[in-house]
Ligand binder design. Structure first.
Ligand SMILES: Nc1ncnc2c1ncn2[C@@H]1O[C@H](COP(=O)(O)OP(=O)(O)O)[C@@H](O)[C@H]1O
Ligand SMILES: [Mg+2]
Length: 222
């Protein structure tokens, strides 16, 4: 279970402070496919960063399982990002001079998975997301957008996370490929993995179990 309670994030870097996330509370049960929607600037990415432990809230709490991540030390947050969450970014963020399989192996290296296991596990994950055969040895530039997103999803799964966070996972894909990726993300919830996607794509949101709508940092359907 993920529980967010009275979560607020105010950025004070500019002359005018911006409250990007404003007193947001919700819960998501394990194995849920959830979406966060809202217009550009409504706070979606900020909320995802807070959930992923990439940024600290100004106030409020985030609990993931039995861990209150909003009050964790930097060191504990590094572990959290490495072992509990997997990130899928818009634009894939793959390392261009590494093959698909090497991209998937990389997070395992950071998590000290023995070298012999990394390649086998990465190949298994790529097979699971539908990138098979010699394509696993191609660099990202030699793969289509949909294939690159499959690699990004396999990489997010590398350390067997309990939560997958995806920011606009279909943003760079044509609608047909986008549907395939959405179905793939949904399939990941079958074993209890929670998948939270940020999107402005209503057809994607319609396929999720629950949708949270933000407007100016506030949750509309509270
Ligand atoms: N690092 C930051 N510093 C200052 N303001 C920020 C920062 N990140 C986001 N914002 C502001 O917070 C608001 C929400 O941004 P964001 O979460 O990126 O929205 P969305 O993802 O819904 O487009 C915007 O007004 C944005 O300009
Ligand atoms: Mg955004």
């Amino acid at each position: 279970m993920i529980t967010i309670s009275h979560l607020t994030k105010t950025f004070t870097s500019s002359a005018e402070p911006v409250t990007a996330v404003n007193d947001v509370s919700f819960s998501v049960a394990d194995g849920t496919f959830a979406s966060i929607v809202g217009m550009s600037g409504s706070g979606k990415s900020t909320l995802l960063s807070l959930l992923g432990g990439l940024d600290q809230p100004t106030s409020g709490t985030i609990t993931v399982g039995d861990q209150v991540i909003s009050t964790e030390s930097d060191r504990a947050l590094i572990d959290y990002r490495r072992s509990i969450v997997g990130f899928v970014f818009q634009g894939f963020n793959l390392i261009p001079n590494m093959s698909a399989i090497e991209n998937v192996m990389l997070p395992m290296e950071f998590a000290n998975v023995p070298k012999a296991e990394r390649r086998t596990r990465a190949a298994d994950l790529l097979n699971q997301v539908g990138l098979t055969g010699e394509k696993q040895d191609r660099r990202p530039a030699k793969l289509s957008g949909g294939e690159q997103q499959r690699v990004a999803i396999a990489r997010a799964l590398a350390n067997d996370p309990s939560v997958i966070l995806a920011d606009e996972p279909t943003g760079n894909l044509d609608s047909k490929t986008g549907k395939v990726i959405v179905d793939l993300l949904k399939s990941l919830t079958a074993d209890g993995t929670t998948v939270i996607v940020v999107t402005h794509d209503r057809s994607l949101a319609a396929k999720t179990d629950v949708t949270f709508e933000l407007e100016d940092g506030k949750l509309l359907n509270a």
